[in-house]
Design a protein around this ligand. Sequence first.
Ligand code: SF4
Length: 101
Amino acid sequence: AVITNVSGDGSPAVTVAYTVLAPTARLPMVDEKDAQAVALGYVEDATKADTARFKNYVAGTDCSNCALYQGKAGDSVGPCPLFAGKSVAAKGWCTSWVKKA
Ligand code: SF4
């Protein structure tokens, strides 16, 4: 998109092209301390998962290889339907992890 200076103060028009960020890029990150995150044991770093509490953790699993993860391959963050309106870290993990088919 393009925005043009219309200040009307006599200064030359300045045209700035900018890129509209994809909606996912604007989603705030889930805070590990959010109630839902605590309930699901979400961590931004899968290797820090609370394995004493969540026995289903399997090394090597993270959001990027979870069936629920909505981020694109290679993205560092992406949406997860369990955290509406927020992004999770590709390297994150929670106890609802499901193997991608
Ligand atoms: Fe990550 Fe999957 Fe848990 Fe969502 S459900 S936070 S993508 S592990």
